[in-house]
Design a binder for this molecule. Sequence first.
Ligand code: FEO
Length: 404
Amino acid sequence: MHCVRTVTDNLYWVGANDHRLTLFENIHPIPRGVSYNAYLLLDEKSVLFDTVDWSACRQLLENMEYLLAGKPLDYLVINHMEPDHGASIEEILLRWPKVKVISTEKSFMLMRQFGFHVDGHELVEVKEGDTYSFGAHNVTFVGAPMVHWPEAMVTFDTTNGVLFSADAFGSFIALDGKLFADEVDFDRDWIDEARRYLTNIVGKYGPHIQLLLKKAGGILDQIKFICPLHGPVWRKDLMYFIDKYDKWSRYEPEEKGVLIAYASMYGNTEAAAQALAAKLCEKGVTNVAVYDVSNTHVSYLISEAFKYSHIVLASVTYNLGIYPVMHNFLMDMKALNLQNRTFALIENGSWACKSGDLMQKFIDEELKNMTVLNERLSLASSLSESKGAELDALADALTESVRA
Ligand code: FEO
């Protein structure tokens, strides 16, 4: 049975939702699922923009067969060939062998590497600024390298103002019928998962996103729809989401507030984190989020680190090092290029407390444009009443810095 939605005149969403996949890229949990978006334009020529993950291929085919109603598929535009979108290319070529495939040189190279068997079909290689007409609709192809793979491009339909934005402006969460961002309460229910998607999947490539945003900036008034490969289509309030992408890709905090991430073996470092959170709220800094790194997947911690201006790391010393899960969080911050944050540290050690110095060294030497507050809270096994002044000093320093 087909399951399609109309985006605008003659343009249809023909993708699929996935609630079965547990880990996106086999690493990031997606408890609310994900969508693989593909779009079919029915002009004088029929054009499919991208395909879907192999697991969703059947739904894509049923959707296309319904809309094409026996007519041939003329073109397949591949903006991004990563297998969560490109894995069904070969099946499309088997069903419609005369289809012309439009993509970039690198994309065709990667399709061959992945064994998509595109050779023997008509391949149209396009580059930055090339245009194409499908009848009434004219499109321009725009390079988007490293958003998220090197071969990526976006396609802008100058006739109806649709931007097929590939991975840019995507989000986790299955659509479950609601195609448009204005059909959900995005700011309440989706923004955290959109941020988690962007920061973990493409976070490392902020400068490349900035480059794409600059290109989009030149045609902002012409963009009427943003059609990403995951998550909802944008047709209203486009600047809300463009501004978010701008902040995330410049590594600027979204909010003034404090993320407290703690690593605790027996609850004592956790107690210090909670005591600090209470002190901050007491002083009026209530935008505080507390996470246990041991039972929070690091993709959520990364998303929160991109959100907040201040980050408190509270870690026990473990094998004379940083607690492994906290170390992993730091490594991920480095890998994803997080910058421009203010840190504060809480360390704990029962006989050789090392975690504070080691976290400080990592932040100073491995991360970019970070500040670490001088006020550090050091625990010997547990937070004793005698540490009240140190805790106060840390809360005061954080409060002052958040309000600066
Ligand atoms: Fe959803 Fe980079 O693929």
